[in-house]
Design a binder for this molecule. Structure first.
Ligand code: ATP
Length: 372
């Protein structure tokens, strides 16, 4: 299931050169994006990057300043929210407190003048799908946070929208429940074969649930790709830094060859060889990035002659159970060096930290874009 790689596939949702201004402030800047049928798609970015505004324009709660939005081939301009074939589930859930769970779910269907039998069938189906059968007669205040979340979900899905819009849907849940609910959401999306669009600032959540992720920054898309592409091949320093942990080290390009590049790190006195060729010139300063889990730390003396090895002084080890994170000082810089399952390391002495040639990404020092 990779519709985005098939040029013949028609997008299900399409933003075409969409801009949204609030006064002089540009919240979304000339953004184009295609989302395909049955995708679980995540809009991910820090606070204020414009992800909610983008979703609200699709739902019809905001009007684009310029550009067009299409859903299943239909131009949405001028169509009010309640006539759009989308439904949005809000972070606050917005349940009616005086109505039972089943009444909450039925409410939107009654507004649509469906027959009583049809409403009853759909409510029963939704209660079953969201595992709420035994709570049908309860009021929202008699439910846990996770159950309330499921009622909101059932209510949004009951109308069988073409796309479900989820605005930070799990924000109010504690970590364990949040993780469980992420898997429930994925199962539900599989079962219903629907298109889900989620807005989140939580990178782990986006990586868990989504088929593809759009990383946003200051109203623009920085990268649109699958979770593994985003992690393994970030297209910029921003994405490498935003998704997961990364060690960013400044270095100068010493030599360029057909099979790789040699660099000199700006801190410490060590050389770095990568299998990557680079579009940077000899003498340029770049950032190189290594994921912590790709680095190894061992006991002993670092050796000057070895490349891809730095001497780091471990000053802190955070024990997290399944992994430990080592904080090491390299020259003047502190680095979160490594996640390892176990390592027998003395603190406060210099230890060699090593990595393989093929695990380094190089970014332009000023623009932050990847150098290939
Ligand atoms: P968060 O995760 O904090 O909700 P976000 O990425 O969803 O962030 P948006 O809600 O899309 O961000 O807002 C993007 C920018 O547009 C913010 O700087 C916000 O202050 C601004 N903005 C949003 N709505 C309005 C509005 N109605 N009037 C003025 N500015 C607005």
């Amino acid at each position: 299931f990779v519709p985005w790689e098939d040029p013949e596939q028609k997008p299900f949702i399409e933003f075409r050169n969409v801009t949204k201004k609030f006064g002089d402030f540009i919240a979304v800047n000339n953004l184009s994006l295609k989302i395909y049928k049955r995708e679980f798609f995540a809009l991910l970015g820090g606070s204020g990057c414009g992800k909610t505004t983008l979703m609200r324009m699709l739902a019809g709660f905001e009007t684009p300043t310029s550009g067009e939005i299409f859903l299943d081939g239909q131009d949405l301009s001028g169509i009010p929210p309640f006539r759009r074939p989308s439904n949005m589930m809000f972070q606050s859930y917005a349940l009616f407190p005086h109505m039972s769970v089943e009444k909450n779910i039925a409410f939107g269907l009654e507004q649509d003048n469906l027959s009583k039998t049809e409403i009853d069938d759909r409510v029963a189906e939704m209660l079953r799908l969201t595992k709420l059968e035994q709570f049908a007669k309860r009021k929202p205040h008699q439910l846990s946070g996770g159950q309330r979340q499921r009622v909101a979900l059932a209510r949004s899905l009951a109308k069988r929208p073409k796309v479900l819009l989820l605005d930070e849907p799990l924000g109010a849940l504690d970590r364990k429940l949040r993780e469980e609910t992420q898997f429930e959401l994925m199962a539900l999306q599989e079962d219903l074969k629907m298109t889900f669009l989620i807005v989140t600032h939580d990178q782990e959540e986006a990586m868990t649930v989504a088929d593809r992720i759009a990383v946003m920054d200051r109203g623009e898309l920085v990268q649109v790709a699958t979770p593994s592409e985003i992690y393994e091949a970030p297209n910029s320093k921003f994405v490498a830094d935003f998704i997961g942990d990364v060690n960013l080290i400044e270095a100068k390009v010493l030599e360029k060859g057909d099979n790789g590049t040699r660099m000199q790190a700006a801190v410490g006195d060590f050389a770095i060889d990568t299998e990557q060729t680079t579009s940077a010139s000899v003498g340029d300063t770049v950032w190189y990035a290594i994921r912590p889990e790709k680095m190894r730390i061992s006991q002993g003396q670092p050796e000057d002659s070895v490349t891809n090895q730095i001497g780091g002084i471990v000053w802190d080890i955070a024990y997290l159970g399944d992994v430990s994170i080592f904080h090491a000082k390299v020259g003047e810089d502190d680095h979160d060096i490594l996640r390892a399952t176990k390592a027998n390391i003395s603190r406060m002495v210099e230890n060699p930290i090593t990595w393989d040639e093929n695990v380094i990404l190089t970014f332009d020092r000023d623009a932050g874009v990847i150098l290939t």
